[in-house]
Write a protein that binds this ligand. Structure first.
Ligand code: CP
Ligand code: NVA
Length: 323
């Protein structure tokens, strides 16, 4: 009999409805333990004892690095940060050789890479679970965190609520759109005219939305998208790796800033929230909104920790078994 295939986390699309809900529930469970200073049960506190978990990061990170290191520590493991300036990868060593070596000495790999192709190579050649910690196409840990945040804000009553994205067609919304649809939320995405939403992701989001009795749409007018929105989300217009396009993109995204005017003119729902994965610039959201009373950005940032713990539990501690 052949061994059970390793479960990785590449994108939200590959999680079943039940698996995604399980991860969000487990994240909430761990949040309540951490917040009440309740230690994890002994078997979990030592679950990764003697194990090292690699953090292969070729891009900057604040939240993902802290949350993944802290999550490994939570289960008694040792997180090992492998930044692109420190290891041989890319200079003296190929990606393939690096993957073989890193996975031979670790229990799992959190990987923040450039292209989605690199995540696929990791998944293909790694002998341990790979957790996509952002590539140019997906950011699943963020989406799990965001669903926890949304559930908290609406006391679990999220079905039928409207999530609006105003911004780039990027890695963050690619996973968030599918995740929100899995929770029965209507998803409206506003991207500039001429920009294309990833077709594969759109197909999955549309299918999931029809299964869950909600709607997924892509529009080009932020005012149309924010109408009746319960949650308005944005992200940088210039993702890491796109720095050379900054000038042109900021020009294209004129009118896409989440501002008081957009919120008022667009007539969002009365009880609305603003979210952003961070890091943030003023061009995509004004200070007034970002630091305003409807913003939950710092609760959202903290929730990254509980998302990382939940994913580590399912993929590494429980070896692919979702509770
Ligand atoms: N939201 C997020 O992934 O932040 P970092 O880039 O700081 O990890
Ligand atoms: N879309 C952004 C997210 C950063 C967390 C990027 O890829 O840079």
């Amino acid at each position: 009999t052949s061994a059970k295939p390793i479960r990785h986390l590449v994108s939200i699309s590959e999680l079943s409805h039940t698996e995604l809900h399980s991860l969000v529930n487990r994240a909430a469970h761990y949040k309540s333990l951490v917040k009440s200073n309740t230690l994890p049960p002994d078997n979990l506190a030592d679950a990764l004892k003697t194990q090292t978990v690699g953090l292969l990061f070729s891009k900057r990170s604040t939240r993902t690095r802290i949350s993944s290191e802290a999550a490994v520590n939570y289960f008694g493991g040792h997180p090992l940060f492998l930044g692109s300036q420190d290891i041989q990868l890319g200079v003296n060593e190929s990606f393939y050789d690096s993957i073989k070596v890193i996975s031979s000495m670790t229990g799992a790999i959190f990987a923040r890479v450039n292209s989605h192709d690199e995540i696929q190579q990791l998944v293909k050649h790694s002998s341990v679970p790979v957790i996509n910690s952002l590539c140019d196409t997906y950011h699943p840990l963020q989406a799990i965190c965001d669903m926890l945040t949304i559930k908290e804000q609406f006391n679990g009553d999220v079905k039928g609520k409207k999530l609006t994205w105003v911004g780039d067609a990027n890695n963050v919304i690619n996973d968030l759109a599918v995740a929100a649809a899995q929770f029965g939320m209507n998803v409206s995405v506003a991207i500039p005219q001429g920009y294309k939403f990833d077709e594969q992701v759109a197909a999955v989001a549309t299918k999931v939305a029809s299964e869950q009795g909600c709607k997924f749409e892509v529009v080009h007018d932020p005012l149309v998208a924010v109408k009746d929105a319960n949650i308005v989300v944005t992200d940088t217009f210039v993702s890491m790796g796109e720095e050379s396009q900054t000038k042109q993109k900021l020009e294209t995204f004129k009118g896409f800033q989440v501002s008081k005017e957009l919120i008022e003119q667009g007539q969002v729902a009365k009880d609305w929230r603003f979210m952003h994965c961070l890091p943030r610039h003023e061009y995509e959201v004004s200070d007034e909104i970002f630091y305003g009373e409807n913003s939950v950005v710092f609760e959202e940032a903290e929730n990254r920790l509980y998302a990382a713990i939940a994913v580590l539990e399912a993929l590494v501690v429980n070896k692919g078994k979702f509770l």
